[in-house]
Design a protein around this ligand. Structure first.
Ligand code: ADP
Length: 449
């Protein structure tokens, strides 16, 4: 096992990884920008190295500075967290070339899944069902029209290099295809430097359901059930649940078997998430994330597993040591992402948190790097905390989350807590009756009334 790990991230996820390391007796190295000198992840690490100025490009994305920090502190492995360099194949490669372990999959698998067209082709060949659409990149507008006619409108034009909901445009009818084609490609070129696009049928009422997978370096692959992440705004998740209120045990078993078999055939190692759209009892693969997800705690709560600990064990070459039948889901978990944003306009609200009180009690988990007096810097993501609850049933989990949100105090900046309260009180949400479009409509109705 490693004796020292460098964590190439900040905020709550850096703390989350530190916690796993500490319990495993592993020393931690934090890296930070000048804007994060007083951050909690710096205070709680065994060692800390400043890697550059506030801009992410010069600090948390600065590969040379991060590798130097690892070398001078004698770290043996690097955990990238999520975001930043977590899905950068060159980074994973460089880390290993320097004789360090990358706590994640192989560079080859990151690269393969980072290109959504290659990801879809690979999954189709491995027997995973896809959203109907083009067989690969679209060479021109005419071929986009032809595929759209074949699968039927509405359709979605998506960037091969896409992420964070960018480079994605809907064409409801044939009249809109030219504009969607042009806008998606322009956005993709600007955001990713790659204007390759593909086309999918636009599903009108799917749920976003994703499967948590772990594979070791010895060919063992298991899944930890699903997360329902349908509550999204601008394709960004806001509230997640495990399990999904929509799935039956038989459906879970079937998609779990298909997914683990596919990843075992790929020889996939470490944590990964297969994302699906689910509609009318059908699963359609949309993409795979080759890293730890923001919403991993809901899975940890229902499966009683420490996914970060498992990632570290796998990177150290250990065997999983359990099989699919040993993994049981128990009860229900919900996560609310707490962003420092205006709850109506979603404009970021950086500033100083004067008062902070984290909720507690049975079945409540708060993953956050906040403290009273902390100045939320304007340079990074606006998520400042994740509140997670676990209870025997979904109904009890909702009541527990409502109670926990009532206890939570974040004073000095605006947060989305008032919106979470409204969602949890809504009868459709309480029935579990929602799709990926539900939250946008809900927010629109709130601002009108
Ligand atoms: P990104 O990597 O940019 O997040 P994804 O392919 O994961 O893009 O899609 C993000 C979200 O966009 C999905 O969770 C879903 O809400 C929506 N979406 C993607 N593909 C489709 C589709 N074919 N039909 C309807 N909605 C879609």
């Amino acid at each position: 096992m490693f004796s020292k790990i460098l964590i190439a991230n900040r905020g709550e996820i850096a703390l989350r990884i530190q916690r796993a390391c500490r319990e495993m007796g592993i020393k931690t190295v934090a890296v930070h920008s000048t804007a994060d000198a007083d951050a909690m992840h710096v205070r709680l690490a065994d060692e800390a190295v400043c890697i550059g100025p506030p801009s992410s490009r010069d600090s948390y994305l600065n590969v040379a500075a991060i590798l130097s920090a690892a070398t001078i502190t004698g770290a043996e492995a690097i955990h990238p967290g999520y975001g930043f360099l977590s899905e950068n194949a060159e980074f994973a490669e460089t880390v290993e070339e320097h004789g360090l372990a990358f706590i994640g999959p192989t560079a080859q698998h990151i690269r393969m899944m980072g290109d959504k067209i290659t990801a879809k082709t690979t999954m189709r060949e491995l027997g995973v069902p896809l959203v109907p659409g083009s067989d690969g990149a679209l060479p021109d507008l005419q071929s986009a029209r032809e595929v759209a006619e074949r699968v039927g409108y509405p359709v979605l034009i998506k960037a091969a290099a896409g992420g964070g909901g960018r480079g994605m445009k809907v064409a409801k009818t044939a009249d809109e295809i030219e504009e969607a084609w042009t806008v998606a490609r322009t956005e993709a070129r600007a955001a990713f430097g790659n204007d390759e696009v593909y086309l999918e049928k636009y599903l009108n009422r799917p749920r976003h359901i994703e499967l948590q997978i772990l594979g070791d370096a010895h060919g063992n692959v298991v899944h930890f059930g699903e997360r329902d992440c349908s509550l999204q705004r601008r394709h960004q998740k806001l509230l997640e649940e495990a399990g999904s209120p929509a799935l039956t045990d038989a459906e879970r078993e079937e998609i779990g078997r298909t997914s683990t078999e596919a990843l075992a055939r790929m020889g996939y190692r470490n944590a990964g998430t297969l994302e699906f759209l689910y509609q009318d009892g059908q699963f359609c693969f949309i993409e795979m994330n080759t890293r730890l997800q923001v919403e991993h705690p809901v899975t940890e709560m229902v499966c009683s597993v420490d996914l970060v600990r498992e990632q570290i064990r796998i990177a150290a070459g250990e065997k999983l040591g359990y099989t699919q039948k040993d993994i049981k889901m128990s009860g229900h978990a919900i996560e609310c992402r707490i962003n420092a944003e205006n709850p109506e306009t979603f404009a970021p609200s950086p500033g100083t948190v004067n008062v902070f009180h984290a909720p507690g009690g049975l079945g409540v988990r708060m993953d956050s790097a906040l403290y009273a007096g902390y100045r939320i810097p304007p340079y990074y993501d606006s998520m400042i905390a994740k509140l997670i609850v676990h209870a025997p049933t979904r109904q009890e989990a909702i009541a527990r989350m409502q109670r926990a949100l009532d206890e939570c105090v974040v004073d000095g900046v605006q947060t989305v807590i008032p919106l979470h309260r409204k969602i949890l009180a809504d009868p459709s949400f309480q029935k579990g009756d929602y799709t990926i479009h539900w939250l946008e409509n809900f927010v629109a109705a709130q601002t009108k009334s």
